[in-house]
Every structure is written in structure tokens, then in C-alpha cells.
Design a protein around this ligand. Structure first.
Ligand code: NAD
Ligand code: UFG
Length: 333
């Protein structure tokens, strides 16, 4: 019996795999390595002290996904695998829809054929679009503004329909807010390809001297200092949320969505200041135009996850900034 972790060598999947192994779960990791490296398997083994089977398999290759199920008794799936860059999804919508949607359809069909009916899915706060009010609750209206977000919302609907067709399924939709930080060892973390799009990796590149300065995308939002506000969550807290989600999936059938965030919003300048203070490094920045598609404020109401999963984030912003930098310092050449 094992949990299949798709996308398990990626940023969030690797941290989750470590926590699952540390808890004594048996896991099988599947990843096509399109956005991660095979060496991650050694890091996961080292940091957890446990072994696991890895398959370099693409979810688009259905016979190979079937082989993974044939060779292992998979009881539950945590489904991280997918393409995730918002900007790239606007340039390559067909690739994004194909990879994320077709990949999920293949996975779910193989699960069904093998009687595996429990899935925890990596969704995103992006499914709330531009929320009318904050904090965001799970029953807020859903909408999307880019192909990446649309794949997340479509997959949520696909999984909901699968449950409607067969009430034995357990579907847990985890809507992540902004994951940052890294494993406390400094061995694994987020390593984007090329110039980072997201705030924390970008700040780290500036700190490392790889980029000259941070562009702050707008200071005329309706927020305390005019810059965009988000709910940043430590990746290890996020990882631990998946263990609680698996516990829930083992207990119930149905479809449940949970926000995984801290409930606190920080602005871009709050993050810059916190990073400078935590690591004693000055971050040069310039205010530039707003980034198209950005919203002013996005933070979670994580009450449902606390009450129903028994989960809440415990790592603070200082820890997130320290762990991000520890990883970057050790790993960015
Ligand atoms: P990541 O890119 O580090 O990990 C995703 C992994 O999936 C990669 O290792 C990649 O190689 C693999 N993959 C992609 N397509 C695949 C396919 N067809 N078959 C097999 N493997 C495939 O990303 P992450 O930050 O760890 O995100 C994990 C999940 O969480 C994604 O679904 C992402 O959309 C979602 N998510 C991420 C964030 C974030 O800010 N990081 C926020 C909300 C939701
Ligand atoms: N920002 C800058 N400069 C940068 C990068 C970002 O000022 O160089 C600002 C943005 O304008 C925003 C904030 O920093 O106000 C956070 O931006 P990120 O790109 O780090 O994160 P987003 O909130 O835009 O999006 C992230 C993921 C999405 C996911 C969403 C909600 O990239 O995939 O969180 O989970 F959908």
C-alpha cells in the first residue's frame, strides 16, 4: 500500500514527500522531470532517512501511468504534477491545457480502473480571481484570468464530477496561497529556471547579486503602503497540510476544498523589509508599473482547514525569509 505523489520531485512535492516519509507513509513518486531534477530523489531520501520508488513517467503517457499502478498497490494520490507559470500559460495555452488537464484525466482514469478513489489535488488561490473582499473563504465565487488558473478550476470541476458519478471518491482540493521558504536544512528549495517571476525567488536573486534590483510592480494599490498584498506560507507548513488532507481523505468521501494560507497579508515592501532584517542584506528596489493581471490583495481565511483538518501554519515570515536565503545561498551558482 502506498501513496502516489505525482510531481513529487518538484518544489512543494519534494517537501511533502519528506514529511510523508518521516511520518512512516509508503510513497511512490512519479515525475517527468520537466521542472525538477533526478538528484532530488537523493535529497528526499537523505532528509527523511527513508527509501521510496521513483518513476520518471509523464502523465500524458497513459500506459506508463498504468504500469505504475500495476507495479504498486496505490491507495491514495497526491497530485502536484503540472505546469505552473502564469505568464507562460498565456503564451502556450494549448500546452498548459494539454499537460494539466489531459494529464489529470489520464491519472484519474487509471485510478478509477484500479479502484483507487482518494485524491488530494494542488489547486490555487488563483481560482478566486479578483476577490471582492478579504479574507477569502472557500465558498467565495470562483473565476480565473489566465490559462494556468483555468486549468486549476477545470480540474476542480472534473474531480467534483468524478465524485458525483461515484460517491465512493474522496476529493480534497487544497487551494494554496503563496508558498515560499525552503527546508530548514538548506538542501532543497525553489530553484526556478531563468529569471524568476515570483517575488521571493526574485529577492533572493538580488541578494545573491545575480540580479541588480527588484522591480516592485506598482505602489498605487489600495493597500497600507500601495504595494500588492499576499498571504505567504512556508512550504513546510504547506507540506504538512497534505498529511492532514490525506488523513481526511481516509476518513470521508465527498469533495472538500481548503485554503492553505496563514491568514495574514504582507505587502511587497513588507517582504523586502522582512528579508533585509532576517538576513542582514540590503535589497535594492525600484517602483515600476503594475504587472498586468495582478490583483491588489489576496489572503486566506484558513479557519476551515484549522477546524476540519486540524492544520494551521506555524512558521512566521522571519523563518520563511531565513530558510529561502539559506537555500539560495547554498545552491545558486
Ligand atoms: P514544480 O514545477 O516545482 O513541481 C511540479 C512538478 O510536476 C515538476 O517536478 C514537474 O517536472 C512535474 N510535472 C509537470 N508536468 C508533468 C507531467 N505531465 N507528468 C509528470 N510530471 C509532471 O511546482 P510546485 O511549485 O511544486 O507546484 C506543485 C503544484 O502546486 C502544481 O500543480 C502547481 O500548479 C500548484 N501550485 C503551486 C503554487 C506555487 O506558487 N508554487 C501555488 C499554487 C498552486
Ligand atoms: N512582485 C513584484 N515584483 C516581482 C515579482 C512580484 O513586485 O518581481 C509582486 C507582485 O506584483 C505581487 C506579489 O509581488 O503583488 C507576489 O507576486 P508573485 O508573482 O510572487 O505571486 P502571485 O500572487 O502573483 O502568484 C502566485 C503564483 C500563482 C498562484 C498565486 C496564488 O505565482 O501561480 O500565487 O496562489 F496562482
Amino acid at each position: 500500500m502506498a501513496i502516489l505523489v505525482t510531481g513529487g520531485t518538484g518544489y512543494i512535492g519534494s517537501h511533502t514527500s519528506i514529511e510523508l516519509l518521516k511520518r512512516g507513509e509508503r510513497i511512490v513518486v512519479l515525475d517527468n522531470l520537466s521542472n525538477s531534477k533526478i538528484e532530488m530523489c537523493d535529497s528526499i531520501k537523505k532528509l527523511s532517512g527513508k527509501d521510496f520508488k521513483f518513476y520518471q513517467v509523464d502523465l500524458l503517457d497513459k500506459p506508463e501511468v498504468e504500469r505504475v499502478f500495476k507495479e504498486n498497490k496505490i491507495e491514495e494520490v497526491i497530485h502536484f504534477a503540472g505546469l505552473k507559470a502564469v505568464g507562460e500559460s498565456c503564451e502556450k495555452p494549448i500546452e498548459y491545457y494539454h499537460n494539466n488537464i489531459t494529464g489529470t484525466l489520464n491519472l484519474v482514469d487509471v485510478m478509477r480502473k484500479n479502484g483507487c478513489k482518494k485524491i488530494v489535488f494542488s489547486s490555487s488561490a488563483t481560482v478566486y480571481g479578483d476577490p471582492k473582499t478579504v479574507p477569502i473563504k472557500e465558498d467565495f465565487p470562483l473565476s480565473t484570468t489566465n490559462p494556468y488558473g483555468s486549468t486549476k478550476l477545470m480540474i476542480e470541476r472534473i474531480l467534483t464530477d468524478v465524485y458525483k458519478s461515484d460517491n465512493e471518491w474522496s476529493v480534497i482540493l487544497l487551494r494554496y496561497f503563496n508558498p515560499i521558504g525552503a527546508h530548514e536544512s538548506g538542501e532543497i528549495g525553489e530553484n526556478p529556471n531563468g529569471i524568476p517571476n515570483n517575488l521571493m525567488p526574485y529577492i533572493n536573486y538580488v541578494a545573491a547579486g545575480k540580479l541588480d534590483h527588484l522591480n516592485v510592480f506598482g505602489n498605487d494599490y489600495d493597500t497600507h503602503d500601495g504595494t500588492g498584498v499576499r498571504d505567504y506560507i512556508h512550504v513546510v507548513d504547506l507540506a504538512l497540510g497534505h498529511l492532514k488532507a490525506i488523513d481526511k481523505a481516509r476518513k470521508i468521501t465527498g469533495v472538500e476544498a481548503y485554503n492553505l494560507g496563514t491568514g495574514t497579508g504582507y505587502s511587497v515592501l513588507d517582504i523586502v523589509k522582512a528579508f533585509e532584517k532576517a538576513n542582514d542584506i540590503k535589497i535594492k528596489y525600484e517602483i515600476t508599473n503594475r504587472r498586468p493581471g495582478d490583483i491588489a490583495v489576496c489572503f486566506a481565511d484558513p479557519t476551515k482547514a484549522k477546524e476540519e483538518l486540524g492544520w494551521e501554519a506555524t512558521r512566521d515570515l522571519e523563518q520563511m525569509c531565513k530558510d529561502s536565503w539559506k537555500y539560495t545561498k547554498n545552491n545558486i551558482k
